[in-house]
Design a protein around this ligand. Structure first.
Ligand code: KMH
Ligand code: ZN
Length: 310
């Protein structure tokens, strides 16, 4: 029998900025409120970044995470997944601090260094709300999002081994899958791997059906039956390629981190729950079932929501 579908909602991230949508969660109250609503709408996993409560810039401060993590945990059973990607302009130590403090069930783990180009967003005409936004985006023309073999190994050791945290392996191109296969062979990662195919980030593979098939074929070849996959497609491709991912036997990630759209038009999504409800509707109309958090915990071999530090 096919797996039930694990629906991840990535709430806010570090790609979009407050001027792009008033609905992008940008402080702890809004992040907590939208996270709980997304879980109520059917999200199995909540992928979380923090933002500075004053001006919505991406934050790696532990206190900014702790301002919403316990509130979400108290109000939902959803699996809490903390980003170790942060933003491409944070150091690795900054990016890891929140997860080392919170010891969550899951963290993201980016499987290679890359150009993570969000500078085209700085070039769009827009009334900017905050001074930091345009320079932050423009800087990505000359920044490397650093995730070396040593960086990856240290995350696997310091979080994975030390705190029994498991990972959402973010793969932005087929080379990242080869890197994951290397760690599998060395025994530093263990099945069942949860691989996120990230499509449509400038600097990584494009968002197209052909690329999704190629990512899956590559993972089948290199990881065999050691993995499950999920699909994240940036921007307007989110719902369609997520749906294709489900048809191919995978899981799906939505959320305002990767797309601000309502999923069917150029209109802005009013919140994260709206996107979760839409993909859930699409999938259940086709006969798929959505995994509950406890079903996903069993599928991904997670330590349990009672073994975290928040
Ligand atoms: N927003 C995704 C394209 C992370 O948080 O570690 C990448 C991401 C990375 O989610
Ligand atoms: Zn993220």
């Amino acid at each position: 029998m096919a797996d039930k579908i694990i629906l991840t909602c990535a709430l806010t991230g570090s790609i979009h900025t407050p001027s792009m949508s008033p609905h992008l969660p940008s402080g702890p109250d809004m992040i907590a409120k939208q996270a709980v609503a997304a879980a109520e709408a059917g999200a199995t996993i909540l992928h979380l970044h923090a933002r500075d409560p004053k001006d919505g810039r991406p934050s790696a401060k532990v206190e900014d995470f702790l301002a919403f993590l316990p509130r979400i945990r108290q109000r939902t059973d959803a699996i809490i997944n903390i980003s170790t990607g942060g933003s491409s302009q944070m150091t690795l130590a900054e990016r890891l601090a929140p997860s080392l403090a919170a010891k969550p069930e899951m963290c993201s783990l980016n499987m290679g260094s890359m150009n993570f180009g969000i500078f085209p967003l700085a070039e769009q005409p827009r009334a900017w709300k905050h001074d930091w936004e345009q320079p932050f985006l423009a800087a990505t023309k000359d920044v490397v999002f650093k995730n070396t073999f040593a960086d990856i190994e240290s995350i696997l050791t310091d979080l994975g081994e030390a705190h029994d945290t498991r990972f959402e392996f973010e793969c932005y191109d087929p080379g990242h899958i080869q890197t994951l296969a290397h760690f599998l062979k060395k025994g530093l990662v263990k099945a069942p791997l949860f691989v996120q195919f990230v499509l449509g980030v400038l600097g990584g593979i494009d968002a197209s059906p052909e690329s999704l098939l190629f990512m899956k074929q590559t993972a089948d070849r290199l990881l065999g039956d050691s993995y499950r996959f999920s699909v994240l497609a940036a921007g307007r491709h989110q719902m369609k390629l997520g749906t294709m991912g489900a048809i191919l036997g995978g899981h799906v990630r939505v959320g305002l981190e990767d797309s601000l759209s309502d999923g069917a038009s150029r209109a802005l999504a009013p919140d994260n729950a709206h996107q979760v409800a839409r993909i859930r509707r699409i999938l259940t109309e086709m006969g798929y079932e959505i995994a509950s958090p406890s079903e996903a915990r069993a599928m991904l071999n997670l330590k349990g929501g009672d073994r975290v530090a928040f």
